[in-house]
Design a binder for this molecule. Structure first.
Ligand code: 4AZ
Length: 258
């Protein structure tokens, strides 16, 4: 009887140990909204979080094209200033008035996975600047980037209640091409560990991966989550900076240029 109790208790400990190892983005940690005020999430027409985004101007949110395609502005909401999805008192739920999707977008793994949402009202949260063509150093293999989101904390798990973050290094383009034949070097980069374990996951798409106070990438795709030799793939934002500036920096209606 004693031995049975010991067995049951050790089995319980072993299973909670496994859960803890998978519990945290995957392999990450909590992040505060105060330190990352430009991090937002998207709600579908049922009020469920399904993607992330980044405030890049007072009334503009950058996300992935695959998060926005096939939706009308009325079927989308942006939640800003809320770290805990269940904290209805924190932040704001913003109305989307317009959706811009890169005109060459076809599928996430073919590139151009970027979209810009225009909001009805300006947000009071600090926007994040885009990485520019001159920021080539941020894309060098080994550069440590920080990915953020409310996505799944395990490949087949639930999305996170809280904002999470994980630090992942940029991997060499040749590694990404070897593991993903469709990988487009000019449009994407991949980041993570050859051994897996730490990665973005479903629900993190559209959200930010940052370094040096700049938006380096947008979470785009990957095979599963945190799998060995299957790193996350991100939009190479510097490549789209020019296109994005023409959308993001457009004067809002009613504001007359001097
Ligand atoms: C997704 O489906 C997704 N492991 C996001 C990120 C990654 C894979 C899938 C990267 O939104």
């Amino acid at each position: 009887m004693r031995r049975l109790l010991v067995l049951v208790l050790s089995a319980m400990l072993a299973s909670t140990g496994t859960a803890a190892a998978n519990e945290q983005v995957v392999g990450g940690e909590r992040a505060s909204i105060e330190a990352n005020p430009w991090a937002v999430y998207l709600l579908d027409d049922r009020g469920a979080q399904f993607c992330g985004g980044t405030i890049v101007a007072p009334a503009k949110v950058l996300t992935a094209a695959h998060c926005a395609i096939g939706r009308s502005p009325s079927e989308l909401k942006v939640v800003a200033g809320r770290e805990d999805k269940q904290d209805r008192g924190a932040g704001v739920t913003a109305t989307v008035t317009k959706i811009w999707i890169h005109k060459q977008y076809t599928a996430a793994d073919e590139g151009e996975d970027v979209a810009v949402l225009t909001l009805k009202d300006a947000l009071s949260y600090q926007p994040l600047p885009l990485a520019e063509l001159s920021d080539r150093a941020l894309y060098q293999p080994g550069t440590e980037l920080r990915a953020l989101g409310w996505g799944r904390t395990a490949e087949n798990g639930k999305t996170s209640r809280f904002l999470m973050q994980a630090t992942v290094p940029v991997l060499p383009d040749d590694f990404c091409v070897d593991t993903y034949p469709q990988f487009v070097k000019a449009d994407m980069f991949c980041a993570g560990y050859e051994g897996g374990k730490i990665d973005t996951c479903q629900g993190d798409s559209g959200g930010p991966i940052v370094a040096d106070g700049k938006l380096v990438g947008v979470t785009s795709w990957g095979e599963g989550c945190a799998r060995k030799n299957k790193p996350g793939v991100y939009v190479r934002i510097s490549r789209y900076a020019k296109d994005l500036h023409s959308v993001v920096d457009a004067s809002p209606p009613g504001v007359v240029d001097p």
